[in-house]
Design a binder for this molecule. Structure first.
Ligand SMILES: *Cc1c(COP(=O)(O)O)cnc(C)c1O
Length: 373
């Protein structure tokens, strides 16, 4: 937390505005809109935003929706909420995000078969934007709307413009593990103010105007509370600092691993500035001397929590049978990729300790094998 989150949250208590209406919500949406440059609505989660966003783009039962395969499940699950089917698209090595060439092929084949997707969910992974210009060009050419899942990329840029402003609808997350947090929450933005108002309406039970409880369509209870919006206001004030801290953590790892064969930090594409939400590294076992799983076990024994890169959606039991274009690149990134401790609160000593243990892993795993033999 920064300096002001608690004060804003306390205001909600002192004014007795604790629920889904109040001055913090108004102010958080206003400040966020100013920063991003698009109208915004606060929601209970990023997942809620993707659900509402896809519905507002017209996704419904029987539709197909293209989605990056290398992502967290929350990018794809709302496709199922709506009775639609995901079609997964592989990553490219330069960005780890949706490969525009694979997207192009998928669009061409789907168009030829007479069934274009109802929407495309493009994810900005680990704080780095996808190559949005060619992706948008392809989608516009086929007349398919885009939802940008910028849950992990608040504070990043693409060609100087904020991540999460490229979709017809874009979504951010303030979950506890994201770059800024409201404990839990999300934001839906769009260049179209009417779309944002429609999302607000659906997120508050779709109650028709007037004092009576009149409903003509299905709504959801997806609004953020005024208490949590207070946390968001304070967090937004420290966003730039948090991005710099995360980038600082990544830079330290990168420096420590420079010239080490078989350790390859996630590349930063030349088109933008990543927020480096998580510091990810590829492990090439032949060159490095141990594989990703051995490295994780060694780090765990040293008191260091690490995680594999997201398991691609096309490899999930949940999505068995879902169509996929490519998938080998994402699978390889998953098998070799590790997410190292990345919090903005890490001290230099802590990052150095992690880097030291990473570098010590191959040597010690060899020794362990030797003693067991
Ligand atoms: C965290 C995350 C979400 C979901 O956000 P919540 O606020 O946790 O619902 C969606 N997509 C991606 C890529 C995420 O990392």
């Amino acid at each position: 937390m920064g300096k002001n989150e608690q004060a804003y949250a306390c205001e909600a208590f002192s004014m007795n505005w604790l629920s889904t209406v109040g001055p913090n919500l108004t102010a958080f949406e206003r400040d966020f809109s100013e920063r991003i440059g698009q109208p915004a609505v606060c929601l209970a989660s990023g997942t809620a935003g993707i659900h509402l966003g896809l519905q507002l783009l017209g996704v419904g039962p029987g539709d197909e929706v293209f989605c990056s395969t290398l992502t967290f499940a929350a990018s794809a699950n709302p496709i199922l909420y709506l009775g639609a089917t995901p079609v997964f698209i592989d990553s490219d090595c330069a960005t780890w995000n949706m490969d525009p060439a694979v997207l192009e092929r998928a669009m061409r084949e789907r168009a030829a078969a007479g069934k274009l997707p109802a929407a495309v969910v493009v994810v900005d992974l680990y704080g780095q934007c996808a190559d949005l210009e060619p992706i948008l060009e392809i989608c516009n050419r086929y007349g398919v709307p885009v939802l940008e899942d910028a849950a992990e990329a608040l504070g990043a840029t693409y060609k100087g413009r904020s991540a999460g402003t490229f979709g017809h609808i874009s979504v951010f997350s303030f979950n506890g593990n994201k770059i800024i947090t409201t404990a839990g929450g999300g934001m839906l933005v769009s260049p179209d103010a009417a779309v944002v108002e429609k999302a607000r309406f659906l997120a508050t039970q779709a109650r028709d105007p007037g004092v009576a409880y009149e409903h003509s369509q299905v709504g959801y209870n997806y609004r953020m509370s005024n208490v949590l919006a207070g946390i968001g206001r304070g967090q937004l004030e420290v966003l730039e600092e948090r991005v710099n801290q995360r980038r600082g953590v990544f830079a330290k790892y990168e420096q420590a691993f420079a010239g080490v064969a078989g350790l390859e930090p996630m590349p930063e594409a030349s088109f933008g500035r990543s927020s480096r939400w998580l510091s990810c590294v590829l492990v090439e076992p032949q060159q490095f001397g141990c594989d990703r799983a051995e490295l994780m076990a060694f780090l765990d024994a040293a008191g260091i929590e690490s995680r594999p890169v997201w398991k691609p959606m096309h490899l999930q039991a949940l999505y068995t049978g879902a169509p996929v274009y490519g998938g080998e690149v994402a699978a390889d990134l998953f098998h070799r990729g590790i997410c190292l401790p990345s919090s903005s609160s890490l001290t230099d000593d802590e990052v150095n300790y992690v880097a030291e243990k990473v570098l010590a892993a191959p040597r010690n795993i060899g020794r362990e094998v030797l003693t067991h033999a």
